[in-house]
Ligand binder design. Structure first.
Ligand SMILES: [Zn+2]
Ligand SMILES: [Zn+2]
Length: 217
């Protein structure tokens, strides 16, 4: 009798752990302040086209005033926004992208931690987006993307997928056409790369997703 009870409990534990391992990948888009619905829809569509994921647009929250700076111009500090979105991430969401139409900035540093020279340029440096490598959270700003509507939306999709790539653990890639290439301070890099991962990055990212999440395909 005791043996059967143990077998029964083991089966329940096994089924439970399988369910835990094979849950669907869920990605949340967190609008920060006023955002454009068409832009959010475009980001959602692009993510769904590339990742086998459930994507949700979350309820808008206001940008935290604690992240606001006026050093060179009106901006929100990307690192502060990253922490803010990370802390407010619902447990049911695996990865989250904070999305804003405001300008965001970071301090660009050398490997030793010192601010890049000239400091006046790099202490508050405007960026398209940022993410923690292998973290759960990224931030995307549409402020610097410009271009006509089609180009703007393509740039927006590329930035969003690029930052998600970092969240999944991908570093920058040296392949000229790979979406994980470092933008290197230029919008032209974003225009040059494909809206997809090179074969090396593809293998790496989808190997990880496949081992951690279930597929609907
Ligand atoms: Zn990057
Ligand atoms: Zn690559």
């Amino acid at each position: 009798m005791k043996v059967w009870v143990c077998v029964f409990i083991s089966l329940i534990v096994l089924i439970f752990s399988c369910e835990q391992k094979h849950k669907r990948l869920t990605i949340g888009i967190q609008p920060l302040g006023t955002t454009d619905t068409a832009e959010l829809t475009q980001v959602t569509t692009s993510i769904q086209a590339i990742f086998d994921a459930e994507v949700y647009i979350l309820e808008t929250v206001e940008l935290p005033q604690s992240a606001f700076v006026n050093i060179k111009s009106h901006r929100y500090r990307g690192d502060s926004l990253l922490l803010f979105v990370m802390r407010n991430k619902p447990d049911s969401i695996d990865f989250i992208i904070g999305y804003t139409s405001q300008d965001i900035s970071v301090t660009k540093r050398n490997i030793d931690g010192s601010i890049k020279v000239p400091e006046s340029k790099y202490s508050d440096w405007g960026v398209f987006g940022l993410a923690n490598l292998s973290g759960t959270t990224s931030i995307v700003s549409s402020f610097r993307l410009k271009g006509n509507k089609a180009l703007f939306l393509e740039r927006l999709s590329k930035i969003s997928i690029h930052e998600l790539g970092h969240s999944f653990g991908l570093p920058h890639c040296i392949n000229d056409s790979c979406i994980m290439q470092d933008a290197a301070e230029s919008i032209h890099t974003i225009d040059r790369v494909e809206l997809y991962f090179c074969s090396k990055c593809h293998q790496r990212i989808f190997g990880k997703i496949g081992s951690d999440f279930s597929s609907n395909k």
